[in-house]
Design a protein around this ligand. Structure first.
Ligand SMILES: Nc1ncnc2c1ncn2[C@@H]1O[C@H](COP(=O)(O)OP(=O)(O)OP(=O)(O)O)[C@@H](O)[C@H]1O
Length: 247
């Protein structure tokens, strides 16, 4: 079986005259946390929309766990878990009901879904919120519930698009730590889109995306060199990046 949870090769995407992605290639190995680092408008969400097939990629190829999205979409999408920027849970239902609904969409049997729900809620530290209505959760708890939902069907690849948006510094650090623990425990590949340098650890693999192009793909420590990640990022992305960066 392939070692890569995700392979993106030569993918481009345009909105009219705007080239949002230009010949993008990257990989997310299984069991690795990969940060997709880019300022607003870099193309992160567009890339996620192609990987989840919200948009169709007309050039290049995308494979999840070796399954090509175009020719083998069923197994590719089944191996994918997603936490989008926008809220995905039904606030009027309980956490367990939300997880059960997601499991049903993925064809999981009810008994298996119930025990998996307890497992993933324990993994994200939300066991006591099993029967709580989502509307009663804090922002950080809601994010953790969304991550639990995305994990229900045991994805090999987890995509998180600015998963810490709207969270305070402490909750942000907690969510980051949680996802790294899950990588170690469940062995999935993670692609974590962010524009916040502080969310990146030296051992993380980092893909720097700017104006739709990959500017670097290496460990954070390698990219940072002696100068630190933020200055190295500004060198790679130029003055335009400096004006937009919101570290
Ligand atoms: N549906 C769309 N129609 C037209 N242009 C779009 C559309 N979606 C994105 N774009 C443009 O494509 C480029 C990439 O946008 P994208 O949302 O992928 O960036 P991003 O890195 O996710 O930014 P952010 O951090 O703000 O979410 C931007 O210039 C954006 O204005």
């Amino acid at each position: 079986m392939t070692e890569n949870a995700l392979t993106v090769g030569g993918v481009s995407h345009s909105f009219g005259a705007l080239r949002a992605l230009d010949d993008v290639s990257l990989t997310v190995p299984r069991g690795r946390f990969v940060a997709l680092l880019g300022v607003n408008g870099a193309g992160k969400t567009t890339l996620f929309s192609l990987i989840t097939r919200l948009y169709n990629s007309r050039s290049g190829h995308i494979a999840v766990l070796g399954h090509d999205l175009r020719t083998d979409p069923g197994p590719a999408l089944a191996a994918l878990g997603v936490v989008f920027q926008s809220r995905a849970l039904d606030a009027d239902l309980t956490v367990a009901q939300n997880l059960g609904y997601h499991a049903a969409l993925h064809g999981m049997a009810r008994g298996a879904a119930r025990s998996r729900a307890r497992e993933v809620l324990a993994a994200v530290g939300l066991s006591e919120k099993h029967d709580a209505r989502v509307a009663t959760l804090s922002g950080g708890q809601t994010r953790r519930a969304e991550i639990a939902r995305a994990l229900m069907h045991r994805p090999a690849l987890l995509l998180l698009d600015e998963a810490t948006a709207g969270l305070d510094v402490r909750a942000r650090a907690e969510v980051g730590r949680l996802v790294r623990d899950l990588v170690a425990r469940e062995g999935m590949g993670v692609l974590w889109a962010t524009h916040i340098f502080e969310e990146i650890e030296p051992e993380d693999r980092v893909v720097v995306l700017h104006r739709g192009r990959v500017r670097a793909e290496a460990s954070a420590a390698e990219i940072a060199g002696d100068k630190g990640l933020a200055p190295a990022f500004l060198d790679l992305t130029g003055a335009a990046g400096e004006a937009e960066a919101r570290a």
